[in-house]
Design a protein around this ligand. Structure first.
Ligand SMILES: Cc1cc2nc3c(=O)[nH]c(=O)nc-3n(C[C@H](O)[C@H](O)[C@H](O)COP(=O)(O)OP(=O)(O)OC[C@H]3O[C@@H](n4cnc5c(N)ncnc54)[C@H](O)[C@@H]3O)c2cc1C
Length: 342
């Protein structure tokens, strides 16, 4: 394991931001992590997976650890499910393909989400009606100060919408080393979300299976979301905010086109993209396609902020603040950033 000084992180974050790490190392095992931590008095300033949900607003004055702990193993099974343990450094989509190729269901709707397995429970990633919490069994996390391993079951993780204890209570305290998923031998398909059914029809599929659902999701995502290889971004920059049902009714009377979905608890989740699209910069015009230097709002997806090339993380952060303020002023609704800010 090599420790680098003043290491460029530009190729390691999907925004393509040019921050430097004072020290940088990639670890491939807990042993390597322990060896690394033994030589630093203070713990890592940042744990990095695929860098697809971070906004680096400045250089990192400390140690950055890239998690490259690999390996996928079957740890158990019963009549209905297989327990699949994956190293945190495995690419998320590769794990999805591994599951599909082995006939295991549960994560096919999460195809093509960028990033690595380790961040998936931290973020409780989700798409097309499925979240990690639905298939999560347990994870192992290494406490960076105590230097011991802990096992977390679902009840310990406090999963919420793009939330878990690792983003809140235990922020910065643990490095997730592996995650075990509970995958179905006889999968139940979720095709009722987004445009999956229409896409399957377009593909000429009448009997959907793991492979075809995954392909439908891939097709939809590729046509809707900007590819970070073409233009720097971190997917949805903001969360969809929830408001009480009465607030939604009030908003609807003033803004009849407002988009919202009723949550299980009766509150309403508003489409943040719609709110952004229908507010706008103070100088007039639309946020959609807005550009200030190389920082911008994507022309097709107002929820996605982009780096057209040479924007700084600070400029993107500042733009996100302006978007939030305009939504607050127009609708009285506070947006929250989904992306992890550093
Ligand atoms: C084009 C695009 C589309 C996207 N679509 C979706 C989507 O549909 N649904 C969705 O939920 N997300 C989506 N995302 C966001 C992103 O893919 C997920 O949040 C993903 O889980 C991030 O994984 P990562 O490995 O890149 O995490 P990173 O960006 O490297 O890290 C994210 C956070 O997790 C922490 N972290 C990472 N690994 C570990 C670890 N092993 N232990 C402890 N902490 C860790 C980091 O410190 C950081 O705070 C999208 C992103 C992009 C660029």
């Amino acid at each position: 394991m090599q420790v680098h000084e003043n290491y460029p992180l530009k190729s390691l974050n999907t925004f393509g931001l040019p921050a430097l790490a004072r020290y940088f190392a990639a670890v491939r095992s807990i042993g390597e992590l322990q060896e690394l931590l033994a030589s630093y008095r203070s713990g890592p300033k940042l744990i990095l997976g695929g860098g697809s949900n971070v906004l680096l607003t400045k250089d990192v004055d400390g140690l950055v650890v890239k998690n490259e702990i690999m390996g996928i193993t079957k740890t158990g099974e019963d009549e209905d499910v297989v327990y699949l343990r994956s190293g945190a450094g495995e690419n998320w989509h590769s794990l999805v393909l591994y599951a599909i190729n082995n006939g295991l269901g549960g994560i096919e709707n999460l195809s093509l989400i960028p990033g690595n397995v380790g961040a998936s429970p931290m973020q409780n990633i989700g798409a097309y009606g499925v979240e990690i919490k639905d298939v999560f069994h347990e994870l192992t996390a290494f406490h960076l100060e105590e230097k011991t391993n802990y096992t977390f079951r679902a009840k310990d993780c406090a999963f919420g919408y793009r939330e878990s204890v690792f983003k809140n209570k235990y922020k910065g305290q643990f490095l997730i080393t592996d995650v075990t998923f509970r995958l179905a031998k006889r999968p139940v398909f979720h095709t009722e979300y987004g445009a999956i059914r229409q896409e399957l029809e377009k593909m000429g599929v009448s009997q959907p299976g793991l492979q075809t659902i995954s392909q439908a999701v891939i097709n939809i995502r590729s046509s809707k979301l900007p590819d970070p290889k073409q233009v720097g971004n971190a997917g949805s920059f903001f969360k969809n905010p929830s408001v009480p049902a009465e607030t939604f009714e009030l908003l609807k009377s003033s803004f009849p086109g407002i988009v919202g979905y009723t949550n299980a608890d009766g509150s309403v989740k508003l489409a943040a993209g719609w709110l952004i699209e229908h507010s706008g910069p103070p100088e007039g015009g639309s946020w959609k396609g807005y550009r200030d230097g190389d920082a911008g709002v994507h022309a097709q997806q107002a929820l996605v902020l982009v780096n057209y090339g040479n924007a700084s993380g600070a400029a993107i952060y500042e733009l996100s603040g302006r978007v939030m303020q305009s939504v607050e002023e127009k609708f009285g609704v506070s947006l929250e950033r989904e992306v992890n800010i550093l």
